[in-house]
Design a protein around this ligand. Structure first.
Ligand code: AVJ
Length: 333
C-alpha cells in the first residue's frame, strides 16, 4: 500500500530566492533577466510536460525508457538488493519507473520505494495504481523539494540492515541546474543523504548534435512553446497580478548554445512594456528583451567525469541508449 509523508514545512514560492525578474550577468556581459524555472511546473505545466515526453522530437524520455526496458534487470541487479530502499527525486508520472519496478519484482526482491514530488496530486495519481500492482514493494510518497528531501532522508529513512539505499534522479533533471550547482547538489546528496556503498542512479542527456537538441526543445507542434508560455500565467498567479504578463506580448525563444552545451529557453518581449509587479516594483522591458526561464544543460563524458570528481563519487557504470544520445549513470559513495 502507499502512504504519504511531507518532506517540507510549507510551500516555498519560486520567487523567494531570487526575487521576481532578477537580473544577472550572462557570458556576454549583458544583463539577462530571469524567472525561476520552477514557474514551469504548476499543475497545467506538469500536464504539458507530460505531453512533451510523448513528442517524437523530445528523444530524452524514450531513450531513458528504452534503457530501462532493455537493461533494467542488469541495472537493478547492480544497485538494488533485497530489503533495499529506493528514493526517487522528482517522479512526475512515473512512466519509466515501472520498468525498474518490474525488474525488481522479477529478481524476487522486496524493497521500499520513496517517491518525492512537488505535486501531491501527481504523487497520489502515480502511486495508487502502483501500490496495488506491486505487492512486494512498499510505496511512500514524499511531498517536497529536492532540498527538503535530503534532510528527510537523513533523519527519517534509516540505512536498511544488510542492504543499501539507491537514489534515482532521472529524466536529465540535473540539466536544469548550472554545472556548478549540479556538482554542489550532488556533493550535498553524497554528504547528507548517503552512506558508504549507497548508490545514485542518474539519467543525463549527452551533448548531442545541435539540430537534434534544438528540435527536442522547439518541436513543430509547439508543445514546448505551450509549456514555456504557460509559465507566464503561473507567474501572474504567484505575484497576484492580472493582465501583466500577457501571452500575446511575449514569444518563446529557443536557443541551443553549442559552446556551453546547453539549451536556453527565453521569453522575448515583443514590445516595450512596463510590468507593474507590486505597489513598489515595476520593470520596464525593452522591445526584443529576453527573459531566461530555463537552461537544459548537456553532459559529455568529460563533463560527467568532472561532475563525479566534484561530488566525490565513484563512477562504476553507465548504460547508453541504442542511439548513443543518452546515458543512465551509476554513481557510488
Ligand atoms: C524535465 C527538466 C529534464 O530540461 O529537458 C522539456 C524540461 N523543458 N522541454 C528538460 C523540459 C523543455 C526537461 N526536464
Amino acid at each position: 500500500s502507499a502512504r504519504f509523508d511531507v518532506a517540507q514545512n510549507g510551500k516555498t514560492s519560486p520567487f523567494q530566492k531570487s526575487g521576481g525578474l532578477a537580473a544577472s550577468y550572462g557570458a556576454v556581459d549583458e544583463p539577462i533577466r530571469s524567472i525561476p524555472t520552477l514557474v514551469l511546473y504548476d499543475d497545467a505545466g506538469l500536464d504539458i510536460y507530460d505531453a512533451i515526453t510523448y513528442v517524437e522530437e523530445y528523444y530524452l524520455t524514450n531513450a531513458e525508457m528504452q534503457i530501462f526496458m532493455d537493461l533494467g534487470d542488469e541495472i537493478m541487479d547492480s544497485c538494488v538488493g533485497d530489503g533495499g530502499v529506493l528514493i526517487e527525486l522528482g517522479v512526475g508520472s512515473m512512466r519509466k519507473t515501472k520498468y525498474l519496478l518490474d525488474a525488481i519484482v522479477r529478481q524476487g526482491k522486496s524493497v521500499t520505494y520513496y517517491a518525492l514530488d512537488l505535486s501531491a496530486q501527481s504523487l497520489s495519481m502515480a502511486l495508487s495504481p502502483l501500490a496495488s500492482h506491486y505487492p512486494t514493494i512498499q510505496f511512500v510518497g514524499l511531498l517536497g523539494t529536492y532540498d527538503d528531501s535530503l534532510s528527510y532522508i537523513q533523519t527519517h529513512i534509516p540505512r536498511p540492515v544488510n542492504s543499501t539505499r539507491t537514489l534515482l534522479w532521472l529524466g536529465s533533471s540535473i540539466g536544469n541546474y548550472t554545472r556548478a550547482e549540479a556538482a554542489e547538489f550532488l556533493k550535498r546528496v553524497q554528504t547528507i543523504a548517503m552512506d558508504t556503498g549507497d548508490t545514485f542512479l542518474c539519467g543525463i542527456d549527452r551533448r548531442n548534435d545541435a539540430l537534434i537538441v534544438k528540435a527536442a526543445y522547439d518541436d513543430p507542434k509547439g508543445v514546448t512553446r505551450d509549456f514555456i508560455l504557460n509559465g507566464l500565467d503561473h507567474v501572474e498567479r504567484i505575484l497576484g497580478v492580472k493582465d501583466t504578463f500577457k501571452r500575446d506580448l511575449f514569444e518563446y525563444v529557443s536557443i541551443y548554445n553549442d559552446e556551453l552545451g546547453r539549451h536556453e529557453a527565453y521569453y522575448r518581449s515583443l514590445v516595450q512594456q512596463t510590468l507593474v509587479l507590486s505597489a513598489t516594483e515595476t520593470v520596464v522591458l525593452e522591445k526584443g528583451e529576453l527573459i531566461n526561464v530555463e537552461y537544459s544543460v548537456k553532459y559529455s563524458a568529460q563533463d560527467v567525469q568532472r561532475l563525479v570528481d566534484g561530488a566525490g563519487f565513484y563512477w562504476p557504470n553507465r548504460w547508453a541508449d541504442a542511439s548513443g544520445r543518452y546515458d543512465v549513470h551509476l554513481f557510488q559513495k
